[in-house]
Design a protein around this ligand. Structure first.
Ligand code: C2E
Ligand code: MG
Ligand code: MG
Ligand code: MG
Length: 285
């Protein structure tokens, strides 16, 4: 009896699994075509200085508007792009597009804005990654100090010596290095001390759980204090309410992004937002 029910359960999962594999295969084919069909675009999520509320830049987030699947989340297609190697071409395109856009903001008079770009493990481990970045900065004319590269903890931990050398080269060029989804992986204090990190991004899961859990608020406060002691800037992601914003402000969190501030915007809407919110120059007496 048990055996037969186990058997049907197996068939059930196997059917599900087949369907999901088939979907992956189909999606992979679409993904390969997507590049030539211009189905990708970059959205920009504004980042603010928590204390003054001034817009300080944006994070570039790739979007896939697929003919077959509609808008597909990067959480679904980035892993697929990594597996197929398409991430190299796609990642380079996003980087170039984002740098070109940031240069437009600069030409429009917003000279202090930064652009943060996510870089995946495969992309980062290309032997000529530094040259690719240099080439893009050169062709777009963007000041390296306006670019921030976001990598995750797992990228850093795997091949530490290689990463250290690479990050040192990028940092020497003036590029900012940010640890994305901080707190979800295995970063240690010593890692933060060894690497030329300019920023950490507290993962949105912590920001979400702050609301219900006092203990999570304590953890976030400790993360901010610790990171500040190392001279590193703290960004909170996924801020969705005034309450979260108030807590983070009180904890001394430097920068923030999230739906409470703004959603990821098209390039045009980001430009419009920048026109509506002129640069704030702090007057100190
Ligand atoms: P991430 O870098 O941690 O980006 C933050 C994600 O949180 C984005 O999801 C953003 O749209 C979402 N988000 C922003 N504000 C809020 C909020 O208030 N609440 C909630 N719940 N979510 C918020 P998105 O755009 O779906 O991107 C997912 C992930 O895909 C990114 O996570 C990043 O790891 C990856 N990704 C996106 N663009 C690129 C890219 O160009 N290259 C690479 N390699 N990865 C990318
Ligand atoms: Mg990111
Ligand atoms: Mg993040
Ligand atoms: Mg995240």
């Amino acid at each position: 009896h048990a055996k037969s029910s186990g058997g049907s359960q197996y068939r059930f999962f196997s059917k599900e699994l087949n369907a999901s594999i088939q979907r992956m295969v189909d999606m992979e084919a679409s993904l390969r075509r997507a590049f030539d069909e211009n189905e990708f675009y970059v959205a920009y999520q504004p980042q603010i200085d928590i204390e003054s509320g001034a817009t300080i830049g944006a994070e570039a987030l790739v979007r896939w508007n697929s003919k077959e699947y509609g808008i597909v989340s990067p959480a679904d297609f980035i892993p697929l792009a990594e597996q197929t190697g398409l991430i190299l071409k796609l990642g380079q395109w996003v980087l170039e597009e984002a740098c070109r856009e940031a240069k437009r903001w600069e030409r429009a008079g917003r000279t202090s804005l930064t652009i943060s770009v996510n870089v995946s493990a495969k992309q980062f481990k290309q032997p000529d990654f530094v040259d690719i970045v240099k080439g893009i900065l050169h062709s777009t004319g963007l000041n390296p100090a306006k670019l921030c590269i976001e990598i995750t903890e797992s990228v850093v931990i795997d091949k530490l010596m290689f990463t250290l050398k690479l990050l040192d080269e990028l940092a020497a060029m003036g590029i900012g290095i940010s640890i994305d989804d901080f707190g979800t992986g295995y970063s240690s204090l010593s890692l933060l001390r060894q690497l030329p990190i300019s920023m950490i991004k507290i993962d949105k899961s912590f920001v979400a759980e702050m609301v219900e859990e006092r203990s999570v608020r304590a953890v976030v406060a400790a993360m901010i204090t610790m990171t500040h002691h190392l001279g590193i800037t703290v960004v909170a992601e996924g801020i969705e309410s005034e309450q979260q914003m108030a807590w983070l402000r009180e904890m001394g969190c430097d920068k923030g992004q999230g739906y409470y501030i703004d959603k990821p915007l098209s390039a045009e809407r980001m430009q419009a937002r920048l026109k509506e919110t002129p640069a704030i120059t702090k007057i100190t007496s």
